[in-house]
Design a protein around this ligand. Structure first.
Ligand code: DSN
Length: 389
């Protein structure tokens, strides 16, 4: 590169990524082919609109690209193109979710999803996000004893609040949900049922996590987490919502799609459809279970007692280490995690009582069960020694 300053920073980040153990649950390592598509000439093309209906000339190749990516997205999740549509243009998860609300709701109407404190997401109606400023977020939490979803409580909240959209999906909840029960709750109050599968899309594609598609009206996902693609998002919707969703993405929320990113999403969908991806997804969950079990045996309290997915949270305060301190201690030793609130946390989100651990990235790097046991011992040693200082 002629720009030595940026080149140096790229090299430094590459070195950092190679020299640490990355346990951030929302991160992964994309393949060289995904990077190749991201760095392709598609970045030069403006393509506001949709295939066959663009506001610019010269769109014949990007039209073909967008159609290929849409077909792959539907096929990966076993969806009939007659019943389902997919929008592949969202820049990321937040604009994707905003577009859904814009398509379906009037300002001020209610959305019900998991609270941020319980492991939900900002864009599910949290007050500090546009989703909670333009619409009204009313949230459900977890059962205090089991730290798992309580469908009876969700039904009671839904009946009292009568939200227009009921959302399943979360960033720090480790257990498998029952999407059929969510559907019944949505039906009981006449809500549209939306599932945000950002964290576990790759696990669904790999057949190791329940699919919400038989029950949901709308499914959104980012593509960079367990799906191992670029930073982008997809919105799947049943046919009757498709037109409104498309109009909400463009021109409602976004301008021209980033066609290089759309190309990279296409590559990652191809990769996720290969048999080896199923083996990868299985190993991701196995690694998370082995790591959480090993930490539990070393005396750490795992939120909800374990995991059915790629992630879990541990309560570090039980050893007198806050989430922020644990994050810093581990980073010093080359293990990268993020601080995380635990259910019913009495500490602030800036320095909560726990950390979140995910295995999608280390599994891409080839780690297996034996590595998880070693990692558990290292995490235990670092946190306990840190506490003694
Ligand atoms: N910030 C992402 C995560 O870490 O889960 C979700 O948007």
């Amino acid at each position: 590169m002629r720009d030595k300053q940026i080149e140096k920073l790229i090299e430094a980040e590459e070195k950092r990524q190679k020299s640490v153990v990355n346990l951030i649950a929302s991160e992964n390592f994309v393949s060289p082919d995904v990077l190749r598509a991201l760095g392709s000439v598609f970045t030069n093309k403006y393509a506001e609109g949709y295939p066959g209906k663009r506001y610019y000339a010269g769109c014949e190749t990007v039209d073909e690209l967008e159609n290929v990516v849409k077909t792959r997205a539907l096929k990966l999740f076993k969806l009939s193109p007659r019943a389902w549509s997919v929008n592949v243009q969202p820049y990321s998860g937040s604009p994707a979710n905003l577009a859904v609300y814009l398509a379906l709701l009037k300002p001020g109407e209610k959305i019900t999803g998991m609270s941020l404190a319980a492991g939900g997401h900002l864009t599910h109606g949290a007050k500090i996000s546009a989703s909670g400023k333009l619409w009204r977020g009313v949230h459900y939490g977890l059962d205090r004893k089991t730290e798992q979803l309580d469908y009876g409580a969700i039904l009671r909240i839904a009946k009292k609040e009568r939200p227009k959209i009921l959302i399943a999906g979360w960033s720090a909840y480790s257990r498998k949900p029952d999407f059929k029960k969510f559907r019944k709750i949505a039906d009981a109050v006449g809500a549209t049922f939306m599932v945000d599968i950002s964290h576990f899309a790759g696990l669904i594609a790999g057949d190791v996590y329940p699919s919400p598609f038989p029950y949901a009206d709308i499914v959104t996902t980012t593509t960079q987490k367990t799906l191992r693609g670029p930073r982008a998002a997809l919105i799947f919707s049943r046919a009757k919502y498709a037109k409104a969703i498309d109009r909400a993405v463009f021109p409602g929320v976004q301008g021209g799609p980033h066609m290089n990113v759309v190309a990279a999403v296409g590559v990652s969908l191809y990769e996720a459809s290969r048999p080896e991806f199923k083996r990868y997804a299985k190993q991701v969950v196995k690694n998370a279970q082995v790591l959480s079990d090993a930490l539990a045996r070393l005396g750490w309290r795992i939120v909800s007692g374990g995991t059915d997915s790629h992630l879990f949270s541990i309560d570090t305060m039980m050893c007198g280490v806050s989430g922020g301190e644990a994050e810093a201690l581990l980073e010093k030793a080359g293990i990268i995690v993020n601080r995380e609130s635990i259910p019913f946390d009495i500490r602030s989100p800036q320095d909560p009582s726990g950390i979140r651990i995910g295995t999608a990235a280390v599994t891409t790097r080839g780690m297996k069960e034996r590595d998880m046991i070693r990692l558990a011992r290292a995490i235990d040693r670092i946190l306990r020694n840190g506490n003694r200082r």
